[in-house]
Design a protein around this ligand. Structure first.
Ligand code: G3P
Ligand code: CA
Length: 242
């Protein structure tokens, strides 16, 4: 049955990519959790979607120009709702530790955000961190930049990856240069991908929020969906299974 991945945690109900959002994702029973990783000025792995802190904190500036200490001064919850005041941008290590502490044993999708900025050392640092942890959950990496995934596979051929795409052009480009275990297509390309996916690799589709789209993915027996509303999607899954 289709797995439900909480997109940036439970993004629809909590401030995205924060510990509060990941806690909620585990609390509601998500099968998987997705997050985004960037590198700070001082080379630390932080979990945030955009290249800047502007949209999701009370600060401004590019992640690559801010130290972790500066980033930790920012409030990453108030922009969403005052009840989340004091939430911080987490490091990737903090998220791994939280998920371990909560006993999460599903799949964690780490998206390497290198489609706009090529962070030198991002791949190595993620794999090195992963190597220091024994996690009860599986890790799958994805990126819109297939060259990043090629780099990752060179370092660790056994690591599971998924090719993210939002255009046919990049799906074909990535497909040509990469040995991957799954495709992560934009929902708008689902029908095209079903036809294009000749090797029948598992599909993890994003971002699936509408009831009708969620139910259609169940109907099509899609491997997984990324959704901002994991609690609702899990409820729909329970109804569908009945
Ligand atoms: O991995 C699926 C989805 O997260 C990709 O898009 O922009 O939300 O990172 P975005
Ligand atoms: Ca993402």
């Amino acid at each position: 049955m289709t797995k439900i991945f909480a997109h940036r945690g439970s993004k629809g109900t909590h401030p995205e990519n924060t510990l509060a959002s990941f806690k909620e994702a585990v609390h509601v029973g998500s099968d998987g959790i997705e997050l985004d990783v960037h590198l700070t000025k001082d080379g630390q792995l932080v979990v945030i979607h955009d290249e800047t802190v502007d949209r999701t904190t009370n600060g401004t500036g590019e992640i690559r120009n801010l130290t972790l200490a500066k980033i930790k001064d920012l409030d990453a919850g108030s922009w969403y709702n005052a009840t989340f005041a004091g939430e911080k941008i987490p490091t990737l290590e903090e998220v791994l530790l939280l998920l371990k502490e909560l006993g999460f044993n599903g799949q964690l999708n780490i998206e390497l955000k290198t489609d706009i900025i090529q962070y030198e050392g991002l791949v190595e640092k993620c794999l090195a961190l992963q190597g220091t942890q024994t996690c009860p959950f599986a890790i799958v990496y994805s990126s819109f930049n297939p060259y990043t995934l090629v780099e990752l596979k060179k370092i660790k051929p056994s690591q599971e990856i998924g090719l993210l795409f939002e255009s046919k052009e990049w799906a074909n480009k990535g497909d040509a240069i990469l040995k991957k275990e799954s495709y992560h297509p934009d929902l708008k390309l689902l029908d095209w991908t079903l036809d294009w996916n000749k090797n029948q690799l598992p599909l993890r589709v994003w971002t699936v929020n509408e009831d009708k789209d969620i139910n259609r993915c169940f109907e099509l027996q899609i491997e997984a969906i990324f959704t901002d509303y994991p609690e609702k999607a899990l409820q729909l899954k329970e109804n569908y299974e009945r």
